[in-house]
Design a protein around this ligand. Structure first.
Ligand code: SF4
Length: 411
């Protein structure tokens, strides 16, 4: 009788456990659904689908090893970035040659200050991003599936420099064209035809259109163009190091210096971005850092001071560092623009720590827009917004004309 009761109790306990587990699983799936399967939506003749790099086969799927999220993708599943998929047991990029935003920008707009000041940079993006920044300025392209992007895009094709016969004023006439795909060869040829001196992989997150960027950068290097990656730095070391063979400048958006802020605001972590910056330093690549200062979220004096101290100690005093003004946007449109005093305080704090090239971004006319000689303190490049008003570095090959100090950069 006792034995019978024991068995009945055991059976009851097992059923209760099974019921609780099923409920938990249902609740978990409701909040964290598995990646949607899109494989049937990827036609085999889709011109933007190509083999992706950096993955391994595991269990019944593949694991993408391009970025620190290391998504596990069962057949047909899409990665967190929306731009990579397990299709037929192999990782595929869905955005090769799928340019969604293509512009001819001043290099200062990236912002990159230590590369050919005042030059044009051919800038492009593909859809997708691995982070979820609440204040993303380009969320219309970074947070969409490639299928949601417009089928065609207007791209700059040629820039003719003309002189007005009556006034003698020099102006540019830009010819553009509507395209559905933009190959690496076309990018390089259009960059040359628009007098660009470099190409920027920017606006969304270039790490997730890695193969497209890599092939374009390799070709651009052969044709004498410089390559600039503007990134949040959320990429694994091996793909990054392979890419660095062709990158001339990397701009990293270091969004803050606190793990909790990073998790809450971007959905990623701070540690991998610090690793990326250390990898750039180790590989001797020219890089700049920008920190968008969002009031109330990442503008704590202590955490900014920690960031400055770490940059000085681990990356060196020569790294150009920007503190940029945030403008209300996307999911944090309720937060006001960064006060100028906060940015000025951050710049002064960084210079006090010994950083030599500290800038203030998005405040036209601020003294922090200029490049100064760290030895004699004179202005070497005077800027107003995206315009370069005076440039003493290009004629000297990057040396202060007053005391010969070498300024890091490509001039
Ligand atoms: S690149 Fe995309 S698919 Fe690959 S690990 Fe990162 S988020 Fe996942």
């Amino acid at each position: 009788m006792v034995q019978e009761n024991k068995s009945r109790n055991l059976a009851l306990a097992i059923s209760v456990c099974a019921a609780v587990l099923s409920l938990c699983a249902a609740a978990f799936l409701a909040f964290y659904p598995p990646p949607a399967t899109f494989s049937k939506l990827v036609p085999t003749d889709n011109p933007w689908v190509r083999d992706g790099r950096f993955s391994v086969s595991v269990c019944n799927g593949v694991q993408c090893k391009l970025c620190p999220f290391k998504c596990f993708l069962p057949e047909g599943a899409r990665g967190r970035c929306k731009a990579r998929i397990n299709y037929g047991g192999r990782i595929k990029t869905l955005v090769y040659s799928k340019a969604v935003s293509v512009h001819l920008d001043p290099v200062e707009k990236k912002p990159v200050y230590h590369l050919y000041p005042g030059s044009l940079i051919y800038s492009l993006a593909s859809p997708g991003c691995n982070l979820r920044c609440k204040g993303c300025q380009n969320w219309e392209i970074s947070q969409i599936y490639p299928e949601q992007a417009a089928r065609t895009t207007l791209v700059p094709e040629r820039l003719d420099i003309k002189v007005a016969p009556d006034t003698g004023r020099v102006y540019g006439e830009l010819k553009q064209k509507e395209i559905a795909t933009l190959s690496p060869e076309e990018i390089v040829s259009y960059a040359l035809a628009t007098h660009s001196r470099s190409i920027a992989y920017t606006y969304s997150e270039p790490a997730v259109f890695y193969e497209y960027m890599y092939d374009t950068a390799r070709l651009a290097r052969q044709k004498g163009l410089k390559n600039v990656m503007v990134s949040a730095g959320y990429i694994n070391r091996e793909p990054l190091e392979q890419l660095l063979k062709y990158m001339d400048v990397v701009k990293i958006d270091l969004k803050g210096f606190n793990e909790k802020f990073y998790r809450d605001y971007t959905g990623g972590g701070l540690w991998p971005v610090k690793q990326t910056l250390l990898t750039l330093k180790k590989n001797g690549v020219l890089f700049e850092i920008v920190n968008l200062v969002v009031p109330g979220l990442n503008d704590g004096r202590e955490s900014m001071a920690d960031m400055i101290a770490w940059i000085k100690k681990d990356l060196g005093a020569d790294v150009p560092l920007f503190f940029s003004r945030f403008a209300p946007n996307y999911q944090v449109a309720n937060i006001g623009a960064t006060p100028v005093e906060t940015l000025t305080w951050a710049r002064n704090a960084a210079m006090k720590q010994g950083l030599k090239y500290v800038y203030v971004g998005n405040i036209p006319g601020h003294e922090g827009e200029n490049t100064y000689c760290p030895v004699c303190g004179r202005i070497l490049i005077k800027r107003y917004g995206y315009a370069v008003q005076e440039n003493q570095l290009t004629p000297t090959g990057g040396r202060c004309p007053h005391d010969g100090t070498k300024i890091p950069g490509i001039w």
